[in-house]
Write a protein that binds this ligand. Sequence first.
Ligand code: ASP
Length: 418
Amino acid sequence: MAGAEVTEFKVLGLKMWQQVVLCLILGIATGFALGPEAERFKILGTIFINLIKMVVVPLIFLALVSGITSMGDSSNFKRVGIKGLGTYLFTALLAVVIGLVAGTWFQPGIGLQVNINDFASSAMPASSEMPATSVKDFVLSLISTNIFASFAESNLLQVIVFAFFFGTTMNMMGEKSVRARVMIHDFSQIIFRMIEYIVRLAPMAVFGFMAWSVGTQGVEIIKVLINLVGTVLAACLFQYVLFGVMILVIARLNPLVFYRKLVTTQLMAFSTSSSKATLTTAMREVQTKLGVSEQSSQFLLPLGASINMDGTAIYLGICALFFAQFFGIELHFADYAMLLLTCTFGSIGAAGIPSGSIIFMGMVLNSVGLPIEGIGLLLGVDRILDMIRTTINITGDCAITLLVDASEKTIDKDVYYA
Ligand code: ASP
């Protein structure tokens, strides 16, 4: 991948992560100082996110196809693919269970005296705009009937299904697809290089987003839903530690190294609230700092950034229970089973963008008969919760990529411990 060839980009002698931390602090200070007026800095973040959006669909398609085809013999690809998908699915289910346990334990929705009508906002998606309200719809929505429309609408799940089909067909055609393989590889290198340039603007985006979210949402709004934020935070912390335990027990590597070396990636996720925007930083860091092979990182990370969202799974589970408690609706065993299913699907389907999972909340609440008006209540604190869950989402992608790479024995332990 191009990341390995590009030298560290410094400004005023500061490394990238130092620039990010500095801008994070400056952004928070500016938000507090200016209050709602800090809204004007949001554009700095929006410019960055739009640039990322511009290249992310071609990136995911090209990276997946070149990842699939560079796996060489298809048994390698199948093994890594099955391991990756299996682990992603397993951790998603586990994350929903963690969310449901935390929601039952901490009961965040009990004792809140909030009028739901005060929070229902016109920004709330209308139910007719909900993409998939049943499991059947969700399955059908995976298959594109017009791949150009899927690209144009950034329908990532459809693009991923198409990329899998395209890449495996190329593999099966063997020698006959050699020219296409070289071309796709070259195109993916160009896109990676473009992203390297865009990523240099990350500190600017971090500043803009932090100033805006602290300035406009402040601490008042958080107080209203402090129980919910606390519960999501506790469950996410548990999941965060669990990743470390998995790295220690399964890969037999020191997890502290993992946490320490991924600081920039985690801060990027925290401040942009977007797995997609963090993807390239993550790809570069797992390869150059953790010694993960190019094959695994090019294949498993884009896949993970699109379908593996453990923080989102936790969040959906907790919010469902929060609203059940809030509206005084009792849930039964069948409802919990349904939540397990819909929260897992929701975490797979959510786009890796800020508030990407909010619309899937409709599917989750719907599935157990909870009023979807509850979504309006969340909008005020969603950004803060999004920062937490996105950090968990991307940490999970990196942890699982590392685990699979270690099990394939393709990880470079000298780089990991360097
Ligand atoms: N913002 C999250 C992400 O990019 C998705 C979500 O849960 O809204 O990972």
